[in-house]
Design a protein around this ligand. Structure first.
Ligand SMILES: Nc1nc2c(ncn2[C@@H]2O[C@H](COP(=O)(O)OP(=O)(O)OP(=O)(O)O)[C@@H](O)[C@H]2O)c(=O)[nH]1
Ligand SMILES: [Mg+2]
Length: 318
C-alpha cells in the first residue's frame, strides 16, 4: 500500500472513530427521540392525523420545543401533499433533512486564526462544564501546534484555580492565575497583556459560574469584556456560552439572557452523553440563531467535538 493510500485509510478510520464516539455519546437521545420516531413510523397508524399526532408527541418530549415541532410537522405534511412522501418509511428520510436544515441555519467554520492572540471568553451558569471545556479546547488548539494560555478568571469558587491548573498541567499549556478573591477583570487584563508579550496564539478565559438573572454578576462579565478590549482592540474575539444539555428547556432561557447581556458568539452544549434531551439543540438554534460550535460528549479531554449538523443528525438516526 502506498503512502497516499495509507493516509486516506487513516483519515477514514479517524472519521469512523469520531462518528462511533458521537453515536455512543448521543445514546440517550437516540433512545428517546430516534427510537420513538421509529416506533411511530413502524407502528400501525397509516399516514394521516393519528400518525402526525404520535410524531408530534415524540418530538415534543425530546425538548425540541413547540416552534421546531410545528415547523417540522408542517413541512412533513406539505411533502405528503406534494407526493414527496408516499410510503411511511420515507418520513424518516425527510425528517432527517428537515432537522439538518434547522441546524444549518447558523453553521460556521472553526475559529479562524488571527495575528494577535485570539481571546476566547467562556461563560455559563454554575457547573455547566466551563472549566472542563476550557481544558478540552486548550488541548485541541495545542494539538494544532498553537501557543495556548488558559486564564483562571474564576477567583470566587474555592479550588477553581487548582482545577484549571490541573488541566493545564495535563495538556502542557500555560495557566495564569492570581490569588483567590482578586477582581476577575484584573486577572483577565493582566493575562491578556502577558499573552501579547509572550506572543500566544490563543487565550481561553475561564469564568466563575453565575445565574443569568444575577445582574451584578452579569455586569462583572461585561467588565471583563471591556477591559480585555482595552488591551487588544477586538478582544474578546469570541464569547462562548457553555450550556448543560441535561437541563433541557431551562437552558433556552439561560442562553437568551446571557446573549442579551453579553452578545454570545457561539454555544457549547456539554453533557450530551448524560442527557436524553439532545433535542434542545434544535430549539436553541431556532430561537436564538446563535451557532453551536462544539458539543461535549464525556468528561475526558477528547470528548469535545466540533458541532457538525449532518454528523449530529446522522449519529441520531443511523
Ligand atoms: N458526562 C459529561 N460530564 C461533563 C461534560 N463536561 C463537563 N462535565 C462534568 O461536569 C462537572 C462540572 O464541570 P466543570 O467544568 O467543573 O463545570 P464549571 O462550569 O466550570 O463549574 P463552576 O466553575 O463550578 O461553575 C464535572 O464533573 C465535569 O467532569 C460532558 O460533556 N459530559
Ligand atoms: Mg469552573
Amino acid at each position: 500500500m502506498d503512502e497516499r493510500q495509507k493516509d486516506i485509510n487513516e483519515a477514514a478510520n479517524e472519521k469512523s472513530r469520531f462518528f462511533s464516539r458521537l453515536k455512543l455519546g448521543l445514546q440517550k437521545t437516540r433512545d428517546s427521540l430516534t427510537d420513538g420516531i421509529d416506533r411511530v413510523v413502524n407502528g400501525p397508524a397509516e399516514i394521516g392525523p393519528e400518525l402526525w399526532e404520535e410524531l408530534e408527541e415524540v418530538l415534543l418530549v425530546s425538548d425540541m420545543g413547540s416552534s421546531v415541532m410545528s415547523w417540522v410537522m408542517e413541512e412533513l405534511k406539505k411533502c405528503v401533499r406534494e407526493s414527496l412522501i408516499r410510503e411511511k418509511k420515507e418520513i424518516i428520510k425527510i425528517l432527517k433533512e428537515l432537522l439538518i436544515r434547522i441546524l444549518e441555519e447558523t453553521k460556521v467554520d472553526e475559529m479562524s486564526s488571527i495575528k494577535e492572540p485570539c481571546v476566547v471568553l467562556v461563560v455559563g451558569v454554575n457547573g455547566s462544564g466551563k472549566t472542563t471545556t476550557v481544558g478540552k479546547l486548550a488541548a485541541r488548539h495545542k494539538r494544532k501546534g498553537e501557543r495556548v494560555m488558559v486564564v483562571a478568571g474564576d477567583t470566587f469558587r474555592a479550588a477553581a484555580t487548582e482545577q484549571l491548573q490541573a488541566w493545564a498541567d495535563q495538556i502542557g499549556v500555560l495557566c495564569v492565575s492570581q490569588k483567590s478573591g482578586t477582581d476577575p477583570s484584573a486577572v483577565a487584563y493582566d493575562a491578556v497583556q502577558s499573552a501579547l508579550v509572550k506572543k500566544m496564539d490563543r487565550v481561553f478565559v475561564d469564568t466563575a459560574g453565575r445565574l443569568q438573572t444575577n445582574k451584578n454578576l452579569m455586569e462583572e462579565l461585561k467588565k471583563i469584556k471591556r477591559v480585555v478590549g482595552k488591551v487588544i482592540g477586538n478582544a474578546p474575539h469570541e464569547t462562548l456560552l457553555v450550556l448543560d444539555a441535561s437541563i433541557g428547556q431551562n437552558s433556552l432561557s439561560q442562553a437568551k439572557l446571557f446573549n442579551e447581556a453579553l452578545g454570545i458568539d457561539g454555544l457549547i452544549m456539554t453533557k450530551l452523553d448524560g442527557s436524553s434531551k439532545g433535542g434542545i439543540l434544535f430549539n436553541i438554534i431556532r430561537e436564538l440563531k446563535v451557532p453551536v460550535r462544539f458539543i461535549g460528549i464525556g468528561e475526558k479531554v477528547d470528548d469535545l467535538q466540533i458541532f457538525d449538523p449532518r454528523s449530529f443528525v446522522d449519529a441520531l438516526f443511523d
